[in-house]
Design a protein around this ligand. Structure first.
Ligand code: BDR
Ligand code: CA
Length: 306
């Protein structure tokens, strides 16, 4: 089986940590680069956390640090959810800092994309600043991208604003660049995160069945406090899951517009299922999920993370 080449753009972040772990141990994937961006916490922390995770799992994947701030707006992070460092709950060892590239995320992405003989999939788990900058600075990379699979947006209500999701609302201008780029996009939004929360017994199985389960469980315990008991949202894992196991999802090709100007709605994703805007589809959106299958899939995948 030939492995699918991927670049992961991320802001770990506890749910990012889970998605990264799944990718690093997925036999179907060849993770060629991890790029970091300011999002859940500042860029120093997200970069440090990515290095810690790669080192924890004993992998040799290069990491490149990217944008500290959104394209236009100021960064308002989510340290209230993920903790001051972004990955509170587990004391990681000092990471292997030789994995950190000297070049920035945008140049590193370009180099990996242009050097690849086959098109590369970008899995974006964070505000889309780095991806937008790469597409704008080096448009020649577009033909080297198979697809951008992203966690972001919502077809319903928001988690950052009334109708907006954190990754898109943090950098709406970047999201607008990506969604209008012409590159194929798969969007896993809040909708599937909410429809398939991990139940306490799933988290306990992960704790007991995964060699790294103690670490995952400690992070979960911190993540959104009481959610470990009421249902844990694994947003970023859905981007990995729809890439690896698309059959679990109900997928709809549709137009997704990004609101930039609204005084109360900037950063909303207009998932135009009924064609009100009269525009051609620019994304494949996850609109439904087999939640039981996803939960079992998560337990199985995390059990492979040593
Ligand atoms: C997204 O925002 C972040 O807090 C999570 O890591 C996820 O990428 C969910 O809205
Ligand atoms: Ca994230």
């Amino acid at each position: 089986m030939s492995r699918k080449p991927v670049i992961i753009d991320t802001d770990p972040g506890i749910d990012d940590a889970v998605a990264l772990a799944i990718a690093l141990f997925a036999e179907e994937l060849d993770v060629r680069l991890i790029t970091t961006v300011g999002g859940n916490v500042g860029i120093e922390h997200t970069t440090d956390n990515a290095l810690k995770l790669v080192s924890f799992f004993g992998k040799r994947v290069p990491v490149a640090a990217g944008a500290a701030e959104p394209l236009v707006r100021e960064l308002v992070d989510a340290s209230n959810v993920h903790g001051a460092s972004g990955m509170e709950g587990w004391e990681f060892d000092e990471p292997d800092r030789t994995l950190l590239l000297e070049k920035n995320a945008v140049d590193a992405m370009r180099d990996v994309l242009l050097a690849s003989e086959e098109p590369v999939t970008i899995v974006a788990l964070a505000p889309l600043t780095n991806v937008a900058l790469t597409l704008k600075a080096y448009p020649e990379v577009k033909s080297h991208i198979e697809r951008i699979v992203l966690m972001g947006g919502t077809a319903a209500r928001g988690n950052k604003g009334v109708l907006s999701e954190f990754n898109v609302a943090t950098d709406p201008e970047a999201a607008a660049v990506v969604f209008s780029s012409g590159v194929p996009i798969t969007m896993a939004g809040l909708d599937v995160g909410w429809a398939a929360m991990l139940r306490p017994e799933d988290s306990e199985r992960i704790r007991d069945e995964s060699p790294a389960g103690e670490m995952f469980y400690a992070l979960f315990n911190h993540y959104r406090g009481g959610s470990l008991r009421t249902g844990l949202k694994m947003y970023d894992a859905h981007a990995m899951a729809v890439l690896l196991c698309p059959e679990m999802y109900e997928l709809v090709d549709t137009y997704v517009g990004i609101e930039l100007a609204g005084s109360m709605t900037a950063g909303c994703t207009l998932v135009d299922l009924k064609g009100y805007l009269g525009k051609p589809a620019n994304a494949t959106v996850c609109m439904g999920i087999d939640a039981d299958r996803f939960r079992s899939w998560m337990v199985e995948r995390l059990a492979q993370c040593k």
